[in-house]
Design a protein around this ligand. Structure first.
Ligand code: URA
Length: 228
């Protein structure tokens, strides 16, 4: 059976399907030695390579990392920057972060080699709620404005407010756009001084120590796959 090359790559744990499409566009992917084009299909007998390395199926792994501030959520080495990959180097699989957290955001980061799941969780259509704890530059007084939603770069963000206590606010958003929480509070005239993600869908960070990781439990994985 033939399938789109990006689907085969994602299933083999190379990256999310969208990232794999990008790799195809960049000419890094070959099918039987020929550079692949977006839209090409392949079957199990075809030899697919990325950067001339063969694409092989590998066992799926799912971990959560409590990302400390100061680390960037990229797979590739960034000159002079600490990446989250350094914190999970004992895992000898090609895992990658699902979505992103800013360098100065801490908390829950899901990492996997399951491109299909990553794709589902990141796709705006799937609307996964994410919980953030934000500490602001001054006590928060604009609850009604926040409840109505804040337009950031022409798109309205509609958070669910969980708790407000002085300068600290706990809220949920479905958005995955870059700097979205900071931008949202910026629109209301607040600086975010500290930001922590504590939950993605049903998956909770809990008491995992900063800078450490653990494998997801079976029920956590099921929750992510079927109960977003
Ligand atoms: N919103 C932000 O502003 N930063 C993050 O890291 C995540 C969400």
């Amino acid at each position: 059976m033939e399938e789109r090359v990006q689907k085969i790559m994602a299933e083999a744990g190379i990256a999310s399907r969208r990232k794999c499409e990008q790799m195809i566009k960049e000419g890094r992917v070959k099918i039987n030695g020929q550079i692949a084009c977006l839209g090409d299909k392949a079957s199990s007998t075809d030899r697919i390579t990325v950067d001339n390395k063969p694409v092989k199926k590998e066992e799926k792994v799912y971990i959560m990392l409590n990302k400390p501030i100061g680390f960037v959520t990229t797979v590739s080495e960034q000159h002079g920057m600490k990446t989250v990959m350094k914190l999970v180097k004992d895992i000898n699989k090609r895992i990658f972060p699902v979505g992103r957290l800013d360098k100065n955001t801490e908390g829950l980061l899901l990492m996997t080699n399951d491109g299909e799941l990553a794709n589902k969780l990141m796709h705006p259509r799937h609307k996964v709620w994410k919980t953030y704890e934000a500490w602001l530059s001054r006590p928060f007084k604009d609850i009604e404005k926040l409840r109505k939603g804040i337009v950031v770069d022409r798109v309205r963000v509609e958070p669910r407010i969980k708790n407000i206590k002085g300068k600290k606010i706990i809220l949920e958003i479905q958005e995955g756009r870059k700097h979205i929480v900071r931008k949202m509070f910026g629109k209301l005239g607040y600086n975010v001084t500290k930001l922590r993600r504590t939950q993605i869908g049903p998956l909770k960070l809990g008491k995992l120590a900063k800078g450490t990781w653990r494998y997801l439990k079976k029920y956590e994985l099921k929750g992510l796959m079927f109960n977003r």
